[in-house]
Structures are given as structure tokens and as C-alpha cells.
Design a protein around this ligand. Structure first.
Ligand code: NI
Length: 383
């Protein structure tokens, strides 16, 4: 990179961000994105480590002196959304959009990689740069861990942009930050009948409606009122026509919690309500429960080291019921995850919206966050 000033450098990174924004790719299909990141890093003479990942990659910066190994992480995938903004670099891939701002994250990590590589003579230890695939489908983190990409890493650092915070604001805390995300589906089986002769069947639609209503008591009657929990039924299916009572009905939805005990309680009650309600009406219910993401739970030591290293004043983040795949890493590696402001306008749309706009200036803070955190954590773990 032929840069002479800090402004030139930022301009180049912002241009790269525009390029990624124009060419978004869905989870597990980030082939061009991976290829382009590889080209850029190779051009900058930053080594890429060989991994078994199909998409995404790991680069490495070795300090001249030995020390701990840490990882900086950015996600790289986009969403199946048709972009509706009027920005000059809007998506050129129909139906796909960087609507979660992962282009901001990966551009920030590229900027940090370039600068940290320039300073490697003064670094004690190793910094791994993880460009993670498939965050939006919640499996990218598992792929990375299952393929031993982060073996030997002692701390991991990441961030997500937040459109409701002012550009450049860094919000960070230890402990809970984002909820765990769980998916459930329920299949109710009974006996169908002519709609005019309900006495000949067991009517799964009545059971289905009763289960939807009763699931609301998990939050209102079973959980501690001081613990945040969400139970949402989002998909309801039964029947094919108006004059036949169907023999099966299905429900789908999500549960969000901040800790394992609340998750277990919600899961047990959900299974109990579904099965017992079905039994009341002479039917059966089968429940499938899967984990989308664990809660984000920031490690106290790493969070404090990051805070100490940041030149910007850090604000207190608000907890959110949305989830992040970064939590997968935090279950195995001490880590911390911050929010960085990316818009701040009163009417700014949130992420996953076709009108979401993350501002370019976010990248300056993103780069600074990665660089200062990496140095502080390397130093802190070395003591
Ligand atoms: Ni995201």
C-alpha cells in the first residue's frame, strides 16, 4: 500500500470497504470475499495460515519477540436482503446486502492488520487475524473451532457496529452483553376429521392455539422478573383447506436468555407445556431444540485490559436480546466483544434492515480499537 499520510491510508481502507459492500456474499458462500482479502493481505506481505475452512481465513502477525498468542476477529458474510439505500456504493448483488455492517468489521480488521504488521518489530507475541465466515447463520464460530483454527489462542477480541450509537463511540463491559439464541420447533399430531364433524377427530388447531398462549407464561410466571428472557412464536402452520380438520400442526420460534440456568428452565417448561397440552387433547407433541448462539459473556480480565489500552473513553453498553456468534469463541477462549457506534442519527435504521447505513468513519475507530486492544492484551498477558 503506497500511503503517505494517515488520511490517505484511511481513504484506501474506506475504498476497500465500498468494494466489499458492493459485492456482498451470503454465509458459507464468501468465496470472492475470501479471495479478495487474501489478495490484499498477500500484497501487504502478511502471511496467511493454512486452514481447513472453505470460506474465511486466518492471517498471522508474529512479533519479533516471543509472547502470548491472541486473535482479532471480524465476520465477513452478508444477508439475504435487497438493499434499498441510496448510497453510491450500494450492493450490486441482487437480493444480498451487507445489512449488518460486516463490511465495516472486515475493513477495520484489514486496516489494523496493515498497521500492526508495520509495527511488528515492537510486538511481543503473535496476533492472529480471523476473518470469520457464516456468522449470520450461527455456525461460522463452530466451524472455526471444530477445524482447530484457533488452537493455542489465549484471548480473542471482536466488535459489532451499532447504528444507534454515535460514530466512534466504544461501549464495552465485562459479563453479559448479548443474549443466547435458541430455536425450537413443535410438531403436534392428532386425528383429522371433517370440519363439520369435529367429534370424529382431535383438532390439532385448538391445541396449537392453546400452546401459543401458554408459552407466554414461561416469561410471565416461571422466570425471575429480574432476568431478561424472551419467548417468541414466529411460524404457525396447520391445515390445507377450510373444511378439513388437519391431523398435524407445527409451531416454530425462538427463546433468548442471558444465562444457562434460565435457558434450561425455559427449555424444560416449553417441552412440558407442549407435551402436556397435547396430551390433554389426546394428541402428542414432539419438540426439537437447537442452540443458535450462546450468550456473549465478556471475560473480566481481558475486558479490563482492553479498556486500559483504549485512548477513547469507553461507555456502558445497553444489553441486547439479539445474539452474536462470537459467543461460541468465548465459551472456549477468554474474550471480549465491544459495540462501536456506526451512525447515531435519530432515525437511523438498525442492522438487518434494507435501509441500514453504517458510516465509513466507523472504520477509523474500528482500526484503533483492534490495534490498541491487541497491544494492551499482549502486554497484559505477558506479565
Ligand atoms: Ni452482525
Amino acid at each position: 500500500m503506497a500511503t503517505s499520510t494517515e488520511t490517505d491510508f484511511l481513504t484506501e481502507i474506506i475504498q476497500l470497504r465500498h468494494e466489499f459492500h458492493q459485492n456482498p456474499e451470503l454465509s458459507n458462500q464468501e468465496f470472492q470475499t475470501t479471495k479478495r482479502i487474501t489478495e490484499i493481505l498477500t500484497d501487504w506481505q502478511i502471511p496467511i495460515e493454512k486452514t481447513d475452512l472453505d470460506t474465511g481465513l486466518l492471517a498471522v502477525i508474529e512479533g519479533t519477540e516471543p509472547g502470548p498468542t491472541i486473535a482479532l476477529r471480524a465476520d465477513i458474510d452478508a444477508l439475504p436482503i435487497q438493499e434499498q439505500t441510496d448510497i453510491p456504493f450500494k450492493s450490486q448483488n441482487p437480493g444480498v446486502m451487507h445489512a449488518c455492517g460486516h463490511d465495516l468489521h472486515l475493513a477495520s480488521l484489514l486496516g489494523a492488520a496493515y498497521q500492526l504488521n508495520q509495527q511488528k518489530d515492537s510486538l511481543k507475541g503473535t496476533i492472529k487475524l480471523l476473518f470469520q465466515p457464516a456468522e449470520e447463520v450461527g455456525h461460522g464460530g463452530d466451524q472455526v473451532l471444530d477445524k482447530h483454527v484457533l488452537d493455542g489462542v489465549e484471548a480473542i477480541i471482536g466488535f459489532h457496529n451499532q447504528p444507534d450509537l454515535l460514530v466512534g463511540e466504544i461501549a464495552l463491559k465485562s459479563g453479559a452483553l448479548m443474549a443466547g439464541c435458541y430455536h425450537f420447533d413443535i410438531t403436534i399430531e392428532g386425528k383429522g376429521a371433517h370440519a363439520a364433524q369435529p367429534q370424529n377427530g382431535t383438532d390439532v388447531v385448538v391445541t396449537q392455539a392453546a400452546i401459543v398462549t401458554q408459552l407466554q407464561t414461561i416469561v410471565s410466571r416461571n422466570q425471575d422478573p429480574f432476568h431478561a428472557v424472551v419467548v417468541s412464536v414466529t411460524k404457525v402452520n396447520a391445515g390445507k383447506t377450510w373444511n378439513v380438520l388437519p391431523e398435524t400442526a407445527t409451531l416454530e420460534g425462538t427463546v433468548r436468555t442471558f444465562n444457562q440456568a434460565d435457558t434450561e428452565k425455559a427449555k424444560q417448561r416449553l417441552i412440558q407445556i407442549a407435551k402436556n397440552t397435547a396430551a390433554t387433547y389426546n394428541q402428542t407433541a414432539t419438540v426439537n431444540w437447537t442452540t443458535g448462539a450462546d450468550p456473549i459473556n465478556n471475560n473480566e480480565k481481558i475486558t479490563n485490559l482492553v479498556k486500559q489500552g483504549l485512548t477513547k473513553k469507553v461507555t456502558q453498553p445497553k444489553l441486547t436480546m439479539t445474539a452474536e456468534d462470537f459467543a461460541t469463541f468465548e465459551t472456549k477462549i477468554p474474550g471480549t466483544f465491544a459495540f462501536i457506534g456506526s451512525n447515531g442519527a435519530k432515525k437511523a435504521k438498525g442492522v438487518h434492515d434494507p435501509n441500514y447505513k453504517g458510516k465509513d468513519e466507523t472504520i477509523k475507530t474500528g482500526i484503533q480499537y483492534f490495534i490498541e486492544s491487541a497491544k494492551s492484551v499482549l502486554e497484559g498477558l505477558d506479565k
